[in-house]
Write a protein that binds this ligand. Structure first.
Ligand code: FES
Length: 154
């Protein structure tokens, strides 16, 4: 994380003095973009750098599902399982994905190709069910569309 500090220093200039704690989200996002996940060592280093309690960073990381605490596969397949998506067949999609990819939600394949996750509401309920692969939304999903999508993920 230390190599990102010059960048963080630039951001700090945009905040009023004494508001370093407001940078937690920005910094953890940048760390994740850099490393692919936020390691325990990053949390400690960031807490020391910003002068905030470690718990403040842990709270952000545990609340927002987009933050990852361990390495993930090349393709991160996240399926919404909240009410609207569930009513429109998300459970079947999740079961299908687990069977097809070969791991249960929350796990990564041994070859590092896929990580399968479930999330609560991707904010696109009007196009449920929704599956997100890395940063791309795939809406109005069906088993057939899912199979087609997986075929394209090499
Ligand atoms: S419930 Fe799935 S996107 Fe909102």
């Amino acid at each position: 994380m230390k190599h990102l500090i010059p960048e963080f220093e630039q951001w700090k200039k945009r905040f009023p003095p004494g508001f370093d704690s407001a940078m937690v989200m920005l910094c953890v996002r940048r760390i994740q973009d850099d490393r692919g996940f936020v390691a325990d060592s990053d949390v400690g280093e960031l807490a020391a750098y910003l002068g905030v309690p470690r718990i403040q960073i842990e709270e952000v990381l545990s609340y927002y599902t987009q933050f990852r605490r361990k390495p993930i596969g090349r393709w991160h397949v996240q399926t919404c399982r909240n009410v609207t998506c569930s009513m429109r067949g998300a459970e079947k999609l999740i079961d299908h994905l687990a069977k097809k990819i070969g791991v249960a939600p929350g796990n990564t394949t041994a070859d590092g190709r896929f990580t399968l996750s479930t999330v609560e509401c991707l904010g696109s309920c009007g196009t449920a069910p929704v599956v997100m692969v890395n940063d791309t939304y795939h809406e109005n999903m069906s088993i057939e569309k899912l199979d087609e999508l997986l075929e394209g993920l090499k």
